[in-house]
Design a protein around this ligand. Structure first.
Ligand code: NAD
Length: 453
């Protein structure tokens, strides 16, 4: 099948590559010329495990093409995927300017004799498929209404495991009433659902809401655990035990119960806000989600009062090593990353920071524009630092060389926002160690520098 993917970011590039991998010819289009030039010359633009190999293979086989011309991209395409941004507008609602802008362009390009399916993969509010359809019709000089269908097909991939998620989705959601579109999308998705994972067909509006409901539910689950962690600290309970205790109940499930310093990324924060806004527009106050946003913004800074408290309220002149900048491991994405918020607070309080992240340093530099330094390795970041702060649970941070940490840090102090280490091990090493929802291992600050380790 010939496919066009409009928007070549995290979702677009993964979608295009994975459809090419199953034998389709895919043309990806983007307005960002630099991005397209890079991709055309075989250089991948995002870090996503497993993607580069598929990208190079399919590009070599001429099944994966890149262009800045929307017209060229859609010329032969039977299916056109929209993988465009839907950032939050000023009032929190999803800004549809990218989607509707492209819809208007499509309206001028589609013809009455060439049926195409336009598939919305972006996360969009209920009613967007209707708006896309109307915008296309309005922009067309002739009546093309029976030569295209607009389908809602929200994407559920997770950055960091996006290729796996796309190749083996838990489910594919397709919102449409068009039989022609159902037939085409059934064929297109068949290779991805061979193991019995379902394609669930529904109406457009339900499909659009399903995506928001899924992300918002997960945000509720994380925030609930983060609040339980707060209580654990106050009540002397251990969140790891509580997590295991409730996670073994099938109705609750084990996943998404790990507390930390809040969720980030390009999806949860904006999708929760957008659903709250959509609810308000429909005369409904989504009380749980309003609370979730508040809980998460507090949680992102959960370590800061602990750090201040440890240094008697004053961190002016203190220097911190920060491990992890990406909003989660296995991605270079720093959008809404807790590290952004934490760095801002540390600098505001007069501290300095040297950060390390395996993949996200460049994106962090471009996003944060803050005056911190960056290290080449996780251990280099520790040099001259008063304490180590952990913001992302990259695998390489899980079992570090503790002797090396001890000999490089000025003092044996760790603030761990991802609960990576075992409490008794920290105790045995003599660290002052604070994490989330677990017992603090208390060691008093050693004010003078270590001299001979
Ligand atoms: N990132 C995720 O993990 C994820 C997961 C599921 C759903 N989504 C949703 O998918 C959508 C896309 O997200 P993303 O993370 O891939 O965004 P992104 O910002 O990484 O990529 C969007 C791309 O669209 C391009 N673009 C903007 N206007 C364009 C135009 N007129 N023509 C062609 N290209 C244009 C941008 O240059 C950019 O490359 C959003 O609605 C998001 O909520 C994202």
């Amino acid at each position: 099948m010939k496919i066009a993917v409009i928007g070549t970011g995290y979702v677009g590039l993964v979608t295009g590559t994975c459809f090419a991998e199953t034998g389709n010819t895919v043309t990806c289009v983007d307005i960002d010329k630099n991005k397209i030039e890079r991709l055309q010359s075989g250089r991948i633009t995002i870090y996503e495990p497993g993607l580069e190999k598929l990208f190079l293979r399919n590009q070599k086989e001429s099944r994966l093409l890149f262009t800045t011309s929307l017209k060229d991209a859609i010329a032969d395409a039977q299916v056109i995927f929209l993988a465009l941004p839907t950032p939050p507008g000023e009032d929190g609602s999803a800004d549809l300017k990218y989607i509707l802008g492209v819809a208007a362009e499509l309206g001028q390009m589609l013809t009455a004799d060439d049926y195409k399916v336009i598939v919305d993969k972006s996360t969009v509010p209920v009613g967007t498929a209707d708006k896309v359809r109307d915008t296309i019709n309005d922009a067309s000089a002739t009546d093309i209404s029976s030569s295209f269908d607009v389908v809602s097909n929200p994407e559920f991939l997770r950055e960091g495991v996006a290729v796996d998620d796309f190749m083996k989705p838990d489910r594919v959601i397709i919102g449409t009433n068009s039989e022609a579109a159902v037939k085409i999308l059934n064929e297109l998705y068949a290779p991805f659902v061979r193991q019995g994972n379902p394609i669930i067909f529904m109406d457009e509006r339900s499909a659009e809401l399903t995506k928001y409901a899924a992300n918002s539910f997960l945000a509720v689950k994380i925030s609930f655990m983060n609040e339980i962690a707060q209580l654990c600290e106050k009540m002397g309970a251990d969140v790891d035990m509580v997590r295991r205790g409730i996670g073994s109940d099938d109705r609750i499930g084990k996943r998404f119960l790990f507390p930390g310093i809040g969720y980030g990324g390009s999806c949860f924060p904006k999708d929760v806000q957008a659903l709250v806004k959509s609810a308000t527009e429909n005369n409904y106050t989504f009380k749980i989600l309003e609370a979730v946003t508040e809980v998460n913004s507090i949680q992102k800074l959960h370590l800061v009062p602990k750090i201040l408290n440890y240094y008697g309220g004053n961190i002016t002149g203190k220097h911190f090593a920060l491990w992890g900048l990406a909003f989660k491991p296995n991605t270079d994405d720093v959008r809404e990353a807790p590290a952004l918020y934490m760095v801002e607070e540390l600098l505001k309080n007069g501290a300095t920071v040297t950060a390390f992240d395996p993949e996200a340093i460049n994106n962090f530099k471009n996003t944060c524009k803050c005056n911190i330094s960056y290290a080449e390795t996780q251990y280099e970041a520790l040099e001259n630092a008063d304490a180590l702060i952990i913001a992302t649970e990259w695998n390489e941070f899980r079992t570090p060389d503790f002797e090396r940490i001890i000999s490089t840090l000025k003092n044996k102090v760790i603030f761990d926002g991802r609960n990576l280490f075992d409490i008794s091990q920290m105790e045995a090493f003599g660290f002052h160690y604070e994490s989330v929802g677990r017992r603090k291992v208390s060691m008093p600050e050693i004010p003078e520098l270590k001299t001979n380790i």
